[in-house]
Structures are given as structure tokens and as C-alpha cells.
Write a protein that binds this ligand. Sequence first.
Ligand code: ACO
Length: 403
Amino acid sequence: VVDIGKLYAQTGMFTYDPGFTSTASCESEITYIDGDEGVLLYRGYPIDQLAEHGDHLETCYLLLYGQLPTAAQKKDFDHRITRHTMVHEQMARFFQGLRRDAHPMAIMVASVGALSAFYHDSTDISDPRQRMIASFRLIAKMPTLAAMAYKYSIGQPFVYPKNELGYAENFLRMCYAVPCEEYKINPIFARALDRIFILHADHEQNASTSTVRLAGSSGANPFACIAAGVACLWGPAHGGANEAALKMLTEIGTVENIPKFIARAKDKNDPFRLMGFGHRVYKNYDPRAKIMQQTCHEVLGQLGMKDDPLLDVAVELERIALSDEYFIEKKLYPNIDFYSGITLKAMGFPVSMFTVLFAVARVSGWIAQWKEMIEDPGQKIGRPRQLYIGSPKRDYVPIAERV
Ligand code: ACO
């Protein structure tokens, strides 16, 4: 590892690294990825152990505080988050200023940013207590805002949080309950959603997390920084990939069509790629994909959809691709997005909500990364360099003389 900052101070040399493929922008103790071995650890704990034995709020605690909570700490943390799930009643009016058919991610960018206008009392980033309250508020209010965004986009009344419920249960209820009808939470769905939240909680310096850190490096308040992260996540190359994977599986349609699509993915002259395959960092099986596959089977099994055509196509596509020379040589394995779209669709979420759910999960990682950066005594404003390739110096020409 070369400290380029020191090298620059000594020699004036700097690196050119589009896409930051080989540049670390920070030191971090939060998440470790070994892409060659397919390892993902949060604070040292393997993702599969957390997803199997823990719950999402425990993961949030771990990301924020660096340790798993004791039973008493967990109870206290759950209570604190629960106490902050409501949003200010004026937020409902804020929503009404948006178009009825707005995309839920557009509503999320706007409403998360608007939190800084409602919660001034936790925007002083120099105060550790305010930093913590802002973190609790964000983790607690994201599901409420996300459910409100969904309800607003389908023209149904908002459902208030019910605080005796768990994090994922509460979210399901806020999304699916309707007035005058009893809503029964499906425990398999709640567990699956909680797992999806754990799997997506952090992934070190991906585009949206780097955006949160960059925004935070200027001293911007945490709500504004997280809104920047939500905006970045919205892009199809980042949070939108599960939607693309689901679309592709639907387009393939039947198992018989798979070879045609595999051939297209291998054809250099065809821009088509197998969506949900490959990863910038994982050159081995994405460890989250294994858990996602199992969760997908559980949800579809619960619904009696074991023979769902999309799942059949997914399983067969994975089998064929994993034994194909092209995919082996290029180290292309299914990533988390390969199975998450099918699972969310089966649970009743429309495609427009997929990235919103990702944002609800990722807020814990974003805020933990933001806090770590603010609390780093060596923290500097992020200011990447550039390689200028424009015109050399030239003199201004008055408009009448321009040809
Ligand atoms: N299908 C077919 N070929 C592929 C695929 C794919 N899904 N992914 C990569 N390749 C090939 C490329 O054509 C390239 O071939 P070449 O060396 O002959 O030119 C080679 O593998 C390397 O591809 P790059 O794009 O250079 O690899 P990079 O690490 O930059 O890309 C990425 C990773 C963007 C995820 C890519 O694999 C991809 O586009 N996958 C499909 C989209 C997807 O699933 N995205 C979700 C990522 S996970 C997440 O964001 C949560």
C-alpha cells in the first residue's frame, strides 16, 4: 500500500484511477471483503452467521458500536429505535407537495433530505450525542418514510408505525395494512425481509457509501449526507441491479431459452450481460447470494410457488453458467441481486420499491461509515484530483469576432 498523499507532497505525483479500482479513500474498521475468497465480514463477523442467528437491529448496533450488544444493550437499542419510528406530522403534508405518481425513490431522496428541516436538534455534528440521535432517527425513520413513499405512490392512506412490532414486521405492516381490514404479518416474510436488510446493511466503500462520506467530509449534516447516498443508490448500476436481474429472468421466460441468452452474454458484439452475475470486488461466489438463494426458496416455498417459472429459470441459468468456460474464466458468479428480485416480487413488492428496500437496509451502514469518518481525527474534506484533457490556455474572443 502506497500513501499517495505523502508521495504527492514529496514529488507532486498523483495517480489516475477512474472508478477507483485500486484506490482506498479511507481507513475503516467496519466491513471487510475478500473478493477472491468470497468473504464478507461486518466488524469481523461473517455475514452468513449474522444473517442466520441475528436480527437486523442487532446488525445496526454492531455496525454503529463495533460490538455485538449484550441482551440489556439490545433491549435498550431496540427501545431507542422504536421511540424514533414516527415522523413529524408535517411530513405527511410535505409528501402531498409531490406528484401522486412519483417514483418512490424520488420521494425518498426528497423526504430523507427534508429530515434536516424537521430535526435541527440533531444536526450539530460536533456533538457526539447529537450524532448518535441522528443515527437512531435515520435507522428508525427510514422504514416509515419508505412505507409512506409506497403508500403515497399507490394512493393509499399512510399507516403509522406500531411499536410493539419488530423492525421488518413493522415495515411490512406499514406497507401492506389497509384501513378496516386486519393485517396478519407472515413470519416467513418478516424473517426474509429482516435477512435482506442484514445482507444489504453495509458493503464498504461502494458508490453510495463513498457519496455519503464525501458529502459528510464537508461537514454537511447527516440527513443531507444520507439523502445524497439515497440519490446515488438509485442508479441502475448500483441499487437498481436486482430490478434488471428480474427483468432479464422474465425476458428469458423458460428454461429452453437459456442457451440463447448465455450465447448472447458471451458474444463480444452484443452488449447484453447476464444481470445478477459478476461483481467488481467478488471474483468468487458472492457470500450474500448463497443466503439470498436460500431465503428465496423459503419465501416461494411458503407461498406454494416451489415451481415458479422465474425460480426455475434462475436455478438452471446459475447451473449452466457456473459450468461454462466463459463464466469460469472471467470469474463471474451470481451476486446478491440474482435472487433478491424474485424474492421481493413474491413478497408483493412492486419493482419500483426494490431500491427503496435497499436504502432502508443500507442506512445503517451509511450512518456507521459517516460516524466513523467524522470521529477520525485525520479526517479531511474529500477532494479528488483530475487529469485535465481540455484546451490549453487561449485568449477571450469578443462575440462579434467569433466565426
Ligand atoms: N455477463 C457477461 N459478461 C460479463 C458480465 C456479465 N454479467 N460481467 C462481466 N462480464 C465480462 C465483461 O464483458 C468483461 O469481458 P472482457 O474482459 O472480455 O472485456 C469481463 O467480464 C470483465 O467485466 P468488467 O465490466 O470489466 O468487470 P467489472 O468488475 O468492472 O464489472 C459488474 C462488474 C459491473 C458488476 C459486471 O459484472 C456487470 O455488469 N454485471 C451485471 C450487472 C450486475 O449484476 N450488477 C450488480 C452488481 S452487485 C451490486 O451492485 C449490489
